[in-house]
Design a protein around this ligand. Structure first.
Ligand code: WQD
Length: 356
C-alpha cells in the first residue's frame, strides 16, 4: 500500500484526523459524532470488549463516515498498522475498563489493561510523531476527603483500583510532558456522564445489572428491573441521599472538541473538570426522571454503598474560562434522552441478545 495515500474522512483542509481509542464506547461514540460534525476525520480503534461493531454504523447514521478497526489499544503492533494507514494528528484516549466495583474484585485486570493501553498508545504516538492526546480521566481521582466543589488544583487520592489507574495514567502523562517539550496531554476529569444522543441511536449499554444510577433508573422504568435501591438516605445532604454532578454525555463530548482546539494552540499538560458545577441528589434525579417521562420509579432505601462520598460536584470555572466550554443541557433533557435510548435501541439490543 502506498502509505502516502493515507485514508481520511476529514472535511476541509484545516481539520485533522483524530484517533479515538475505545471510540465505540459510551463517551467515545458520542465524541466521534461531535468530531465528525465539526469536520474532523475520525478513526476508531476498539477491541469491542465493552461495545460492538454495530455502534460504528450507528455513529455513521448519526453523523457520517469514519474508519474503524477491531484493535486493542494495548497492542502496539496492531496500533502501528492503524497509524500507517492514517495521518493521525491527535489521539483521544478512551480505551480502558471502568467499573469501580469490578476493579475492587479484580485489581490486576484493571492495572494491566488500563496502564498497558495508555503506555502502548503513547509509544506508537511517539513513533509517528503525534504529540497531542486528550485523556479520559474521572472525578473519582478527588477521592473522599475533599470539600465540594472540586477544583483541578486540589489534592488527589483514590479509594478504588479503577480510580488509581486514572491517577497513575495522569502521572505518566505529566512525566512524559516534562521529558518531551512538544508533547501536549489534556486531561479531562469527567463527573457523572448520563443521557444519550437525541437521535436515539447512541447511549450507554452496560453489560448485566447497571452499577450506575441513571442506567439503573432507566431499566426500572422499562420494567426490566423491579425497583431502585437508594444507597443510603442518612448523608449530610439536603434530603439525605448522595449528591452528584450529572452531565449530559453530549455536553461532555463537546468538551472534547474544545479540548482538541485548545491543544492545537498550546503545548504542555493541562487538566480540566468536565461537569455542570451543579449537584443533584438521588431523590432529585428520581423525581426529575418521573416528571420528564411520565413514569413511576419504585424504590427502597438500603444501606450506604462502600466507598461512596456524600457529595461530588465540579468547580467548572477553568473549563469555562480557558476552553470556552460549559455544559448547556438540563437534568430534564438528560432524563428524556436517556429514556428515549432505553425505550428504543437499547431495549432492542437486549431483546436480540436474549433471542440468540
Ligand atoms: C451516583 C449516586 C450512589 C446506583 C461512578 C464512578 C465514576 C464514574 C461514574 C467512571 C450515588 C447512588 C447509584 C444505585 C444509588 N464512572 N446510587 N443506587 O458512584 O458517583 O461515580 O460512576 O468513570 O468514576 O465512581 O456514580 O451512578 O454509581 O452513583 O442510590 O443503584 O447514585 O450512592 O450517590 P458514582 P453512580
Amino acid at each position: 500500500m502506498n502509505i502516502l495515500a493515507k485514508q481520511s474522512f476529514r472535511k476541509g483542509n484545516g481539520a485533522m484526523d483524530i484517533l479515538l481509542t475505545g471510540g465505540a464506547g459510551y463517551i467515545g461514540s458520542h465524541t466521534a459524532v461531535e468530531l465528525i460534525n465539526e469536520g474532523y476525520g475520525v478513526i476508531v480503534a476498539d477491541n469491542y470488549s465493552n461495545s460492538s461493531p454495530e455502534v460504528i454504523k450507528r455513529i455513521e447514521g448519526a453523523a457520517g463516515r469514519l474508519a474503524a478497526y477491531d484493535v486493542d489499544a494495548g497492542n502496539e503492533e496492531r496500533l502501528q498498522q492503524v497509524f500507517l494507514k492514517h495521518q493521525i494528528d491527535a489521539v483521544v484516549h478512551f480505551a480502558g475498563y471502568k467499573a469501580v466495583g469490578e476493579s475492587v474484585q479484580q485489581p490486576l485486570k484493571y492495572y494491566e489493561n488500563n496502564l498497558r493501553a495508555l503506555i502502548a498508545t503513547l509509544k506508537v504516538m511517539k513513533d509517528f510523531r503525534a504529540n497531542t492526546i486528550i485523556f479520559s480521566s474521572s472525578a473519582t481521582v478527588y477521592g473522599t476527603s475533599q470539600a465540594v466543589p472540586f477544583d483541578e488544583g486540589m489534592d488527589t487520592g483514590c479509594t478504588n483500583p479503577y480510580g488509581w489507574t486514572k491517577l497513575i495514567c495522569e502521572q505518566i502523562l505529566r512525566d512524559v510532558a516534562k521529558a518531551e517539550e512538544e508533547f501536549t496531554p489534556v486531561i479531562l476529569r469527567y463527573f457523572n456522564p448520563v443521557g444519550a444522543h437525541e437521535s436515539g441511536l447512541l447511549g450507554e449499554n452496560p453489560k448485566g445489572i447497571p452499577n450506575n444510577l441513571m442506567p439503573y433508573i432507566q431499566q426500572v422504568a422499562s420494567g426490566k428491573l423491579e425497583k431502585l435501591s437508594i444507597f443510603g438516605n442518612d448523608y449530610d445532604t439536603k434530603d439525605g441521599t448522595g449528591i452528584r454532578d450529572y452531565i449530559h454525555v453530549v455536553d461532555l463530548a463537546k468538551g472534547h472538541v474544545k479540548a482538541l482546539q485548545y491543544a492545537q494552540e498550546h503545548r504542555g499538560m493541562e487538566v480540566f473538570n468536565l461537569g455542570t458545577g451543579k449537584g443533584y441528589s438521588v431523590m432529585e434525579v428520581v423525581e426529575a426522571f418521573e416528571q420528564a417521562n411520565g413514569v413511576k420509579i419504585p424504590y427502597q432505601i438500603t444501606a450506604r454503598r462502600k466507598g461512596d462520598v456524600a457529595e461530588s460536584y465540579a468547580d467548572v470555572s477553568k473549563a469555562r474560562n480557558v476552553l470556552g466550554w460549559e455544559a448547556e443541557k438540563t437534568l430534564e433533557q438528560m432524563c428524556r434522552d436517556a429514556w428515549r435510548w432505553e425505550n428504543g435501541v437499547r431495549s432492542r439490543l437486549e431483546n436480540e441478545q436474549f433471542a440468540i
